[in-house]
Structure formats: C-alpha cells, structure tokens
Design a protein around this ligand. Structure first.
Ligand SMILES: [Zn+2]
Length: 317
C-alpha cells in the first residue's frame, strides 16, 4: 500500500531545491561519479531519457526514521502558501551525502540533504490545505508543517480523493504476499481492484525489472509499462494453484489492443510461436488490427509457456 509524503517547501532552501532538481531535471551523466555501477544501472532503467528528478532530506529531527518508511510508489506532495502545488512519485531512494552536497550544498547547520529520493511523474496542482485537511480528516485550519509520511490509512484517503496513485511505480511486494493474493478470491470490488494493482506491480517487477518502457509480446511495439498489461495466457480463474505460482503464465501485452484481442480469443499463438487468428469478427477495424499481427512471432513465446498458449487456443476455438 503506497503512502503520501508531505513536503512543505516554503523556506528558501526548499524553494531553491525544487527549482534546481525538480523543475529542472538532473542528467544522470552529471551525477554518475557519485553513484556505484549498480545504482546507475537501476536509474538508467527508470529514466530511459537520462534525466531524473531528485529530492532529499537532512538527518535532522526524526527525518531518518520517516525517510526509512518511504517506498517506491509513494507520492510526495509539495506545499507552500496554503496549498499543495505539486506531486511526484517515488522511484528509488539512496543515502548519499556526496551526491546531496554536490546538488544542494550544506545548510546553515552544516547538514546536507543526504537522505535522497528520486521522483518521477511530477504534476502541478492547486489544492488548498482546507481541501486536503477535509480529505484526511484534519481540522480545517491545519497547516502542513515539516517533512512527514502519512499512515497507510490516511494516505488511502488522499489517494482516493485526489487520484494520485501512479500506474507505473507500485510498491513491490514479496513473492509470498503475491502468492497469497494470486491464490485468494477477493470479496468486494474494492478489494479486487487493490489486489489486481498489487499483483500487476509484482508481475511487472518480475517481467520488466526497473525498466519503465518495454515491448508488447504481440505487436512488438515499445510502450511505457503503464500501458502494458501483464496478461495471463491461461485465464487466472482456470489456473490451478501451481499454475498461479508460475510466472510463465503471464506475458506483457499492450492495452491498445493486443491484450484485449488475446483475452477475448480473437488472436492466439501456435506451437511455433506464431500469432494466428482464432475467433472471426466482421468489424473492419478489428480485422485490420488482427491482420497486422497474424504471421508475426510472439516475442515472449517459449517452451515454458507453450502449454498455456495451447490451452488458450483450445479454450477459444
Ligand atoms: Zn501490442
């Protein structure tokens, strides 16, 4: 479950940092000397254009404890002058004093903002405090003071009210938690939605690692991963528990059409990994889309998922 990070930024340092490393993205090239090769490679996967957004907090007060609670997918709200003026999604975090002092120097106490976190999906807002306070259940005249991380319960109220959840960055869950979700049957619509989100977050981590762009298995086009769905080749509801545990049962397909056509059984994949037509349609546009795929190789086809494609063909035949 993702959380909301509160980041008032009315003082001079914070205002400057916002301009220096959020409004103006930082090139990975310019900071690579402060990063080890593993970190740099993760950041290159996340920021495929080579530019990133960075924030950080000093070790003062309880900041470190709060920073420790930050996870990928948590959303920071930047606020000043009575309103929330921007939000951004956490992609990665790192404790790095040299990086921080190079980006932002030191404050008057000789501290730097070394508890660093990287951001993406920066969006402008104009949300008055009173609206935020109403959503969280704070008193109307409450003023956001100091860096803070809201509880999951309060965060959910904010996500629901302002629609801030990222569809790219989702808190990673452990394999065991994934299995609990995959094997359970959700009872309510809301539970279903939140479980699907966690499940997709986990599957994306398995299929894409840290990459934020990837390829559709059917049309082979590259898309942001938020536009790709980790589709079950064999319907989830028809999988036995072992099949639900098997990551070979899923493949990325784009939401522009391939996922839908495959899910509905208009297209399938034969034993050689070639896309074939299954169900007929009289709609000329759907037919044109199908024709553009038929005969192409399915990118993720392998000996490990062959049996699931066979199931899919026979189910829809
Ligand atoms: Zn596609």
């Amino acid at each position: 479950m993702n959380k909301i990070i509160l980041q008032p930024s009315s003082n001079k340092d914070a205002r400057e940092h916002y301009v220096d490393t959020i409004e103006n993205p930082v090139s990975l090239d310019s900071i690579k000397s402060f990063l080890d090769s593993k970190t740099l490679s993760i950041l290159k996967d996340i920021y495929s254009d080579g530019n990133c957004y960075i924030w950080g907090v000093t070790p003062g007060g309880n900041n470190v404890t709060k920073w420790n609670r930050i996870q990928k997918g948590d959303v920071t709200l930047f606020s000043k002058s009575g309103k929330i003026y921007a939000s951004a999604v956490t992609t990665f975090k790192i404790h790095n004093k040299n990086l921080a002092s190079s980006l932002w120097d030191f404050n008057s106490k000789g501290q730097t903002w070394e508890y660093v976190y990287f951001l993406d999906e920066v969006r402008e807002h104009s949300i008055p405090y009173v609206q935020f306070n109403n959503a969280v259940g704070y008193k109307e005249n409450y003023i956001i003071q100091g860096f803070g991380v809201l509880s999951e319960e309060k965060s959910k109220l904010v996500f629901d009210e302002f629609g801030l959840e990222s569809s790219t960055y989702i808190t990673p869950i452990e394999d065991s938690e994934y299995l609990d979700i995959a094997l359970s049957i959700p009872e309510t619509e809301q539970e279903f939605t939140s479980k699907r989100r966690l499940e997709q977050g986990h599957l994306r981590k398995k299929l894409f690692g840290n990459k934020t762009n990837s390829i559709c298995s059917c049309c082979s086009k590259e898309y942001p991963i938020s536009m790709l769905w980790c589709s079950h080749i064999k319907k989830r509801s028809k999988c036995n528990d072992d099949e639900k545990r098997d990551y070979n049962v899923v493949l990325p397909m784009c939401r522009f059409g391939c996922d839908e056509l495959f899910e509905k059984g208009y297209i399938g994949v034969n034993d050689s990994g070639v896309i074939i037509k299954i169900k007929p349609t009289t709609n000329v546009n759907v037919n044109n889309y199908i024709s553009s795929l038929v005969g192409e190789n399915c990118k993720g086809f392998s000996a490990k998922n062959k049996k699931y494609f066979k199931w899919h063909r026979e189910f829809h035949a």
